[in-house]
Design a protein around this ligand. Structure first.
Ligand code: ADP
Ligand code: 5GP
Length: 204
C-alpha cells in the first residue's frame, strides 16, 4: 500500500523490568528498517553497554549545553541523571521515511506528545506487580534496594498509562512483539499520518 512518505515516531514507555528492551529487540529482528533513537545520558555505562549504541554517554556540562542549544527533543532527570533524545537524528530519519522508536520514560513521552502530536505512544504493561518484581530480580542488574525504588516508581508510571494511545501487555515476548507490529501498522493508516496521501488524491 502507498503510504505517507514520512516515518512514524513511536514512543515506547513502561516500568523498568516490564520488558521494553526485550520486546523491542524481538521487534527489530523482523523490522531492521526501523530506527532506534540512541539517547544521551549522564549516567555511567553499565557493563557491556557501548557508547553510541546503547546511549551517548556524556558529561553533565555537555548535556546542559545540548539543552541550551535545543539539541534535545525532550529530556528529563531520572535517578539523579539527565536523559534526552537528540533531535537532529530523529528528524533526519523521519524525513528519510524511516520509523523511529524512542524508548523513554513518562515525562519525556508527554513532552514528545506536545511537540509531535502525531507520535504514537505505547505503554508496556507487565502482567502483574508480582511478575514485574520477579523479572527485575531475575534480570539481576539491580540491588534489592534499587528494585524497591523501581517498583515504587512503577506505581507512578502506571498511573500515567491512560494518557498513552496503546497498552502493550508483555505476557509472552514473541506475542507482544507481534502485537507491537500490528499497532504500528494500524497507526500508519490514521488520516493524520497520511496528509500527503490525501492531498495528492484531492489535487489530482
Ligand atoms: P526493561 O527494558 O523494560 O527494563 P527488560 O527487557 O530488561 O526490561 O526485561 C526485564 C527482565 O524480564 C529481563 O530479564 C527479561 O529477560 C525478562 N522478560 C522480558 N519480557 C519477558 C516476558 N514476556 N516473559 C518473561 N520474562 C521477560
Ligand atoms: P536506564 O538508566 O535504566 O537505562 O534508564 C532509565 C529510564 O530512563 C528508563 O525508563 C528509560 O526508558 C528512560 N530513558 C532512556 N533514555 C531516555 C531519554 O532519552 N529520555 C527520557 N525522557 N527517558 C529516557
Amino acid at each position: 500500500m502507498r503510504m505517507n512518505k514520512r516515518g512514524v515516531l513511536i514512543v515506547f514507555s513502561g516500568p523498568s523490568g516490564s520488558g521494553k528492551g526485550t520486546v523491542l529487540g524481538e521487534y527489530f529482528k523482523s523490522h531492521p528498517e526501523a530506527a532506534f533513537s540512541v539517547s544521551a545520558t549522564t549516567r555511567a555505562p553499565r557493563p557491556g553497554e557501548v557508547d553510541g549504541v546503547n546511549y551517548h554517554f556524556v558529561t553533565r556540562e555537555r548535556f546542559e549545553e545540548m539543552i541550551r542549544q535545543g539539541e534535545v527533543l525532550e529530556y528529563t532527570r531520572y535517578n539523579g541523571n539527565y536523559y534526552g533524545s537528540p533531535a537532529g537524528p530523529i528528524r533526519k530519519e523521519l524525513e528519510a521515511g524511516r520509523d523511529v522508536v524512542l524508548e523513554i520514560e513518562v515525562d519525556g513521552a508527554m513532552q514528545v506528545r506536545e511537540k509531535f502530536p502525531e507520535a504514537v505512544l505505547i505503554f508496556v504493561l507487565p502482567p502483574s506487580f508480582g511478575e514485574l518484581e520477579r523479572r527485575l530480580i531475575g534480570r539481576g542488574t539491580e540491588t534489592r534496594e534499587q528494585i524497591e525504588g523501581r517498583l515504587s516508581t512503577a506505581r507512578r508510571e502506571l498511573s500515567l498509562a491512560p494518557r498513552y494511545d496503546y497498552l502493550l501487555l508483555n505476557d509472552k515476548v514473541e506475542e507482544a512483539a507481534a502485537r507491537l507490529g500490528e499497532i504500528i501498522r494500524a497507526a500508519k493508516c490514521a488520516p493524520a499520518r497520511n496528509e500527503t496521501l490525501l492531498q495528492e488524491f484531492l489535487a489530482e
